[in-house]
Design a protein around this ligand. Structure first.
Ligand code: GLC
Length: 527
């Protein structure tokens, strides 16, 4: 079992969505030059590692999760040589790099898929994917009834070709699913892992990690197949064991994107010879409610304990509603199925809660993920309908706002054009965006950025110790870690007395005149 000194057990990992981070060549698209120029900012924020969402050659039909070549950087972002420089420069600043591998599917422009299309029905090239004849007299019906993995999408997961074959794509038609029963698919991915580990990356995020394996019979869900034909199949564990053997040669780590409600099934991915970590979507989706949060934290810690893996704490990412917006709504949880245009939002309230949530998550034992712009307190943006690019929007028939609202190019400098992002941004920045600029916030002791910097700097005070809940009134979360440092968060309607302490280390907002903790405020205390 791992040693407590392993960096990834308590790291703060910053998610970079390259396209929207910083635009070095002023063409409106973020790029590696932009990231390299902002490495000092990331070092000052104090993060231990960067996770880059896919930066590979891609037609960008799904924000880069449609990869045409895993060994090339998309020219809109830069070159492979630049990526190597970036990885090395970050490492000199003490920052490790994680890349994002998308094993479930490739782009329809990937050479394998193009070759499969050209080779025709029954060819060995098509065996790398899931090509089938359709049902019905003339094969005019899709081979099965599987639903799209874009929640809310009404579109089929099968596309028919002029030659009569259908191919499977759990996401968009431009993202054909690979056949993980084929040895060449396994071999190729182990080679890709080596390719990036050889270039100095410290870890890999695994996209849609529980969806790769398919029942080769591709049975319809209406026939109630058991086990599930494409979610969380047992074959996956064998795949990840061989990936782990590759990672171990390089001391590399994995974080899996595993959305599974069953905590026992989830923990199986984190056994000592499989993935090191996986994203905690139960915490990300949890409403701003003391009991619910406490249960989510307890469940998380209990499910990780038997396998010896550290928990991860995630408040948002490039797929979900930004935290200050989510917490400023009546329903403070996150659910793909209930996203809607025009949901009333109190951003001031959401911001207050997001500040408290930052101190809560950064005090918990395990790894914390920060999504770019979270440290600036950016709200979800309303994107004009004619500027939306996210396929989730189109595949819902236009009812789902999609995910572009959390992908708006960052504001860096209040006085510069486009808030210092670079050129005219590929997604419009809403009015008032410059007010969130990093340069303004860096100079403001009360800003979200200052809070994140201070919290990340002070976080080691909690040590590596376990969490112990302290007695607290209803609606108040209070816990200690072994080093005698406490975190208290008040979600109740009334102010709370602070427990005995020798010093106040950090607060997400002011205490009241009687020195009590107001609603929606968190503090870190030395006992
Ligand atoms: C993951 C990614 C998401 C992408 C999907 C398909 O959920 O986070 O952005 O659309 O996989 O690759």
């Amino acid at each position: 079992m791992g040693q407590p000194t392993e960096w990834w057990r308590s790291a703060v990992i910053y998610q970079v969505y390259v396209r929207s981070f910083a635009d070095g060549d002023a063409d409106g698209t973020g790029d590696l030059a932009g990231v390299r120029a902002r490495l000092p900012y990331l070092a000052e924020l104090g993060v231990d590692a960067l996770w880059f969402t896919p930066w590979y050659l891609s037609p960008l039909k799904d924000g880069g999760y449609d990869v045409a070549d895993y060994r090339a950087i998309d020219p809109a972002f830069g070159t492979l040589a630049e990526a190597e420089k970036l990885i090395a420069e970050a490492r000199e600043l003490g920052i490790r790099t994680l890349v994002d591998i998308v094993p479930n599917h490739v782009s329809d422009q990937h050479p394998w898929f193009r070759a499969a299309l050209a080779a025709g029905p029954g060819s060995p090239e098509r065996e790398l994917f899931h090509f089938r004849r359709g049902r019905g007299a003339d094969g005019e019906l899709p081979p099965n009834d599987w639903p799209s993995q874009f929640v809310g999408s009404t579109e089929p997961v099968w596309t028919r070709l002029p030659d009569g074959d259908w191919y499977l794509h759990l996401f968009t038609p431009e993202q054909p699913d690979l056949n993980w029963g084929h040895p060449a698919v396994r071999q190729e991915h182990e080679d890709i892992l080596r390719f990036w580990f050889e270039r100095g990356v410290a870890g890999v995020r695994i996209d849609s990690a529980a969806l790769l394996a398919k029942d080769p019979a591709l049975p319809s869900l209406a026939d109630r197949p058991d086990p599930h034909p494409f979610v969380d199949r047992d074959e996956l564990h064998d795949i990840y064991r061989s990936w782990r053997a590759v990672a171990d040669e390089y001391d590399g780590v994995f974080v899996g994107e595993v959305w599974l409600p069953d905590t026992e099934r989830f923990a199986r991915y984190l056994r000592p010879d499989e993935l090191h970590t996986a994203f905690n979507f139960s915490f990300l989706s949890c409403p701003w409610d003391a009991e619910r949060l406490r249960t989510s934290i307890d469940t998380t810690l209990a499910e990780h304990a038997p396998v010896g893996a550290p928990a991860t704490w995630v408040l948002c990412n490039h797929d979900v509603t930004r935290t200050v917006t989510r917490y400023g709504r009546t329903d403070t949880g996150f659910d793909f199925a209930t996203k809607a245009f025009g949901t009333p939002t109190d951003v001031a309230l959401g911001t207050r809660r997001a500040r408290a949530a930052a101190l809560l998550s950064l005090a918990l034992p395990g790894t914390v993920y920060v999504y770019q712009g979270e440290e600036l307190g950016l709200p979800e943006a309303d994107i004009p309908r004619d500027r939306i690019e996210d396929p989730m929007h189109f595949r819902s028939g236009g009812s789902d706002p999609g995910r572009d609202g959390c992908r708006v190019p960052l504001p860096w400098a209040a006085e510069a054009p486009h808030a210092g992002f670079g050129g005219e941004p590929w997604l419009p920045q809403p009015d008032g965006w410059a007010g969130y600029a990093a340069d303004l916030q860096a100079a403001d002791p009360g800003s979200m950025l200052t809070l994140y910097r201070e919290a990340i700097r002070l976080r080691p005070e909690f040590g590596e110790g376990p969490l112990t809940w302290l007695p607290a009134p209803d609606g108040v979360l209070a816990f200690a870690r072994a080093e005698g440092v406490l975190c208290v968060v008040n979600l109740a309607d009334t102010p709370a007395e602070l427990p005995a302490h020798s010093a106040l280390l950090l607060a997400s907002g002011p205490l009241d005149s009687a020195g009590r903790l107001p609603k929606d405020v968190a503090v870190w205390l030395r006992a």
